[in-house]
Design a protein around this ligand. Structure first.
Ligand SMILES: [Zn+2]
Length: 322
């Protein structure tokens, strides 16, 4: 029987703005194996590249604003791309990603007409139009995978980019390798009106967030959530409810957001993973989300799925586990 917990409702009146998800790109995967079509799209007047150098996106300065789109000649003028990927079509216009070596970063950074910037800052500061953030994340993740997979993990031979950038092929053992996405569970353990947040040593001083960790081989999402909560704070969880997910291009994760029902109360912190953890009630979380906490405590910003997992609990209480 579905359990329905009556909880007071909070309306936070915050605009949802989760970064990297909600892409307008149509991936048009059927073109990936069609070299003639890919060549024709590269020559199309509407074709543009997103350019990634090392870990950074390359943007054109346009007065006070920034443009992430480079025409094929503009992209080529930045330097020889180590890898190029067909990202898909945006309003029928071909979109590609070009990956430059990390050594290209310093000379490009010295130029007045360009800005090189990480994708976290792009999302937090909203310095490019929102429609560009998901394809930049797509480009960074898949180009980063190419940069880290130049050699066949099966036999050690040098591999070659194939399928418009969506595969690497080994000429020696004929193995085919596909871009990876690493699943990360990120969750809020809940008991009644309270939930557990933790602090990692790398967080800003006042910020608290959801617990999180990589799902391991042989685990379901539910099992990974229960294991991570138990490892990090010693709590036992029962029900796990999926909330939403977010691509996270650092370097190539999929954040799988969940709420979990905590059956136990006593927190035992694993200091090798987190610095601090404690229970918070919904009223305190509301103050953190709206930046009105009397001690200045904060929750992650709306670009991160953690913000929305916490917000959903503040707005709907125990109903998130129904
Ligand atoms: Zn091989």
């Amino acid at each position: 029987m579905r359990q329905h917990l009556a909880s007071a409702r909070h309306d936070l009146s915050l605009e949802p703005r989760q970064a990297y998800a909600g892409s307008r790109i149509e991936r048009a995967a059927f073109y990936r194996g069609d070299d003639a079509a890919l060549a024709a799209m590269t020559a199309d007047d509407r074709a543009h590249y997103y350019v990634i150098a090392g870990e950074l996106a390359v943007l054109k300065k346009r007065g006070e604003t920034f443009d992430p789109l480079f025409s094929p000649p503009e992209a080529a003028a930045l330097g020889a791309a180590r890898d190029a990927v067909f990202l898909g079509l945006m309003d029928e216009a071909p979109r590609f990603g070009a990956g430059l070596d990390a050594e290209a970063v310093a000379p490009l950074k010295a130029r007045d007409d360009l800005k090189l910037i990480d994708l976290r800052t792009i999302a937090v500061q909203a310095i490019v139009a929102a429609e560009h953030v998901p394809p930049l994340a797509e480009a960074k993740s898949v180009l980063g995978w190419h940069a880290r997979h130049r050699f066949c993990p099966n036999c050690g031979a040098v591999t070659a980019l194939a399928q418009g950038g969506w595969r690497r092929d080994c000429p020696s053992c004929k193995a085919e390798h596909f871009p990876r996405t690493d699943p990360v569970v990120i969750m809020l353990a809940i008991a009644g009106e309270r939930c557990v947040l933790g602090r990692s040593p790398r967080f800003p001083q006042t910020m608290w967030s959801c617990l999180a960790g990589f799902a391991e081989p042989g685990e379901s999402i539910e099992e990974a959530v229960r294991r991570e909560v138990h490892e990090e704070v010693g709590l036992t969880c029962a029900r796990v409810r999926y909330f939403a997910s977010q691509p996270w291009p650092f370097p190539s994760s999929l954040m799988i957001g969940c709420h979990a029902e905590a059956l136990t109360d006593k927190i035992v912190i694993d200091r090798s993973e987190i610095e601090e953890a404690r229970w918070f009630d919904r009223d305190e979380l509301k103050l953190m989300l709206t930046r009105k906490h009397p001690h200045g405590l904060t929750a992650p910003p709306p670009i991160a799925i953690a913000h929305h997992i916490i917000r959903d609990f503040v707005e709907h209480g125990g109903d998130v586990l129904a």
